[in-house]
Write a protein that binds this ligand. Structure first.
Ligand code: PLP
Length: 428
């Protein structure tokens, strides 16, 4: 089906914006074809500039939990805008949002609000380095923590290696203290701690990895990280930018029962507006300026529109059985996809956690980046386009997760699974 307005906008956009997009994956590079420019979105659907409507499983990469243009969020943001869009001075809503997160996530006795997930993880890392007086950092291959230099390293096999830059423009020195190991490989983390005794400031991890498709922690992995950090006096940082308030009201840490020293949030807590936050024990957070010597600041940090949206999201998820509903919908999607794969004879695995789910064209569930990379990404691209034709918008890359919102109902699930069955049967 043609989409002339999107195509023309992309042609114009490419002249003024690299790739015509302000975040690379939006360009459809890994699936081919033309990006759809989105005109508007309501509930579980997005509508493109050519007037085609899709069931949306991107949900602004997880930032939208309560459905697009939720009337109460729109009203809260509009009311905030009428009172002024930014003051550069403290506001009541910032205190209320910090209190709201701290009540739901006990490990975050104090928080600092920032403008993005990237800022949250970058600042948490700075704090961890300051608090421990150490420089080195362990991260996992395939985990994404935003685009700060030190966190962009993703090179590495299963063995602990010193990080190599994962992008041009990052000097070796910026990632020289970053050790990259395979997700779910506790032995590699232990080896790294032993190789650099007293030098590792922190281990940063997505407690449920959602940037290499969806990869769950194996039993004992997060508990093992907690124990290793305790034994070697390193800090454990959970990057909950995706999981926070998406897999449960207390984030992945609440759902999985492992407590980090520092946590980073973003996405859901801004209700679709730019926000991020990092938090932890009082004794750690009081090292952040102006209480302590770890400098971190932001002109628009704690922005009134973003905090109004975030507060409304916390209020909405506090009403009723929101996460039980998300669990049920995403489980139906994951199980339905597995069933559809079986029926069509296409190897496919899928899993779900609350508002987060994912499927992948392979016969075994991936436990690390190598597993995720071994999936059939060409088949993903073909399936992606077939689903787009069917009116279902998945992420334009097989390395991304899928998301549902509270606006996704059984009707959207039925429609999606019927479309998936047709698309998969056409594929072989
Ligand atoms: C999206 C994401 C980030 C970065 O957040 P931005 O708001 O895009 O800067 C960090 N960590 C994880 C796990 C993410 O998914």
């Amino acid at each position: 089906m043609d989409h002339p307005r999107s195509r023309r906008l992309m042609e114009r956009g490419r002249l003024r914006i690299p790739g015509g997009v302000n975040s690379p994956v939006r360009a459809f590079g890994s699936v081919g074809g033309h990006a759809r420019f989105i005109r508007e979105a309501h509930g579980a659907h997005v509508t493109d500039e050519d007037g085609r409507r899709y069931i949306d499983y991107v949900a602004s990469w997880g930032a939208i939990l309560c459905g697009h243009a939720h009337p109460e969020i729109v009203e809260a943001v509009s009311a905030a805008a009428r009172r002024g869009t930014s003051f550069g001075a403290p506001t009541a809503a910032e205190v209320e949002l910090a209190e709201g997160v701290a009540e739901r996530v006990p490990a975050c006795e104090m928080l600092r609000l920032v403008n993005s997930g990237t800022e949250a993880t970058m600042s948490a890392l700075r704090l961890a380095r300051a608090a421990t007086g150490r420089a080195r950092l362990i991260k996992f291959d395939g985990c994404y923590h935003g685009h700060a230099d030190a966190l962009l390293a993703s090179a590495g096999s299963g063995v602990a290696t010193l990080g190599l830059p994962g992008t041009q423009g990052v000097p070796a020195g910026a990632v020289g203290d970053t050790i990259v190991v395979a997700y779910n490989d506790l032995a590699a983390v232990e080896t790294a701690f032993e190789r650099y005794p007293g030098e590792i400031a922190a281990v940063i991890v997505e407690p449920i990895a959602a940037n290499m498709g969806l990869v769950a922690p194996v039993e004992g992995f997060l508990e093992g990280l907690r124990a290793l950090c305790d034994r070697h006096s390193g800090l454990l940082i959970f990057d909950e930018v995706i999981c926070g308030f998406r897999v449960g009201p207390g984030g992945a840490q609440g759902r999985l029962g492992v407590t980090p020293d520092l946590s980073a949030f973003g996405k859901v807590i801004g209700g679709g507006l730019p926000i991020g936050a990092y938090g932890g024990r009082r004794e750690l957070m009081e090292q952040v300026a102006p209480c302590g010597g770890v400098y971190q600041a932001g002109t628009l940090s704690g922005n009134p529109l973003a905090t109004a949206a975030g507060l409304k999201v916390l209020e909405l998820i506090g009403r009723g059985e929101v996460f039980a509903g998300l669990d049920r919908i995403s489980r139906r999607l994951a199980e339905g996809m597995i069933e559809a794969g079986k029926r069509a004879g296409v190897p496919l695995v899928a899993q779900s956690f609350g508002g987060l789910w994912g499927y992948s064209f392979r016969s075994e569930t991936a436990r690390d980046y190598a597993g995720a990379a071994a999936a059939d990404h060409e088949r993903y691209a073909a399936f992606f386009h077939a689903m787009l034709e069917e009116g279902v918008y998945f992420a334009p890359s097989g390395y991304e997760a899928a998301f549902v919102t509270t606006a996704h109902t059984d009707a959207e699930v039925d429609q999606t699974l019927e479309a998936a069955r047709r698309a998969l049967e056409r594929m072989d």
